[in-house]
Design a binder for this molecule. Structure first.
Ligand code: ZN
Length: 282
């Protein structure tokens, strides 16, 4: 049986560094309702990436200061397929960052064996902008080992790179290498819940030993978030809207549960304080 919250967990401040408000979510939930959910769950602030990117602005209008919008390079509904061939992506990113409409870049997905590669001009343009505007970049790399992450952070050593989902299927031993090789790499734990990548916590909802040791050893390098996107489950097909926000409360309760098992200082850092530092909210 999958983990379910057995006790009420005290609502400490929480920063959710990975949410989406995408066009196929907006078909089933509006921005005001999402903002209300964040408020009700005690989320101090949420970092949102939308497809298309302008929807992050819609959520920011509804959620105010609680929302940190990222510029997503997916500028139209199917932009994930062609963003790296479209120079307008860099132009729009620059306009948005200059106007302070966006406070980071991402989420950018790289799948092993598929286009694009890290050296494509659009991605390089986005990384230059991140450097110029001193904003973090949220990156999702599906890779069988940690070398792709380390190559990327060594190419851009002066950028804050946030690696989504703790690298997907990577284990603590791999993440330790990333953290120790890359002084400005941040690791986040969205979608490592038991309903998706898994592998982070046991049936009791607490961090598995390797992860616990890692975060206690490097408490300043980890953040977390819910990533309420649900089309990865088998119950839905790709032509249906994404009802991921219906699962948001379940996801956040799960994160609060594993955080609750950590020493106070580590829990506060990963739950909120590191994210404040990363996004200039401290
Ligand atoms: Zn995501």
């Amino acid at each position: 049986m999958l983990w379910a919250p057995a006790v009420t967990i005290a609502a400490e401040p929480f920063a959710d560094v990975h949410v989406h408000f995408n066009w196929d979510q907006r078909e089933v939930i509006d921005a005001a309702t999402v903002a209300h959910k964040l408020d009700a769950a005690g989320v101090e602030f949420a970092v949102v990436a939308s497809t298309p990117s302008v929807l992050a602005q819609e959520l920011a209008e509804a959620g105010g200061n609680r929302i940190i919008p990222l510029f997503s390079p997916y500028i139209h509904e199917l932009g994930r397929n062609d963003w790296y061939r479209d120079p307008r992506v860099v132009e729009l990113a620059e306009q948005g960052l200059r106007a302070n409409r966006y406070r980071g870049i991402g989420e950018v997905h790289f799948m092993a064996g598929f286009a694009p590669r890290f050296d494509n001009p659009v991605f390089r343009g986005l990384m230059s902008l991140a450097r110029d505007y001193r904003v973090p970049v949220l990156i999702h790399i599906d890779s069988g080992n940690e070398s792709a992450f380390i190559d990327l952070c060594r190419t851009y050593p002066d950028l804050d790179l946030v690696f989504a989902h703790a690298g997907g299927n990577l284990l603590p031993v791999h993440l330790r290498r990333i953290v120790e090789s890359c002084p400005r790499a941040w690791i986040e734990f969205s979608a490592r819940d038991p309903w998706r990548y898994g592998g982070l916590a046991g049936d009791d909802g607490l961090l598995l030993p390797g992860w616990r040791e890692l975060v206690i050893e490097h408490p300043d390098r980890f953040v977390t978030g819910t990533d309420p996107v649900w089309k990865v489950t088998r119950t839905q097909t790709w032509d249906q809207p994404d009802d991921g926000w219906d699962y948001f409360e379940q996801l956040i309760a799960w994160h609060r549960a594993w955080l609750a098992g950590l020493p106070d200082e580590v829990r506060r850092k990963i739950g909120v304080e590191n994210a404040r530092r990363l996004f200039g909210r401290d």
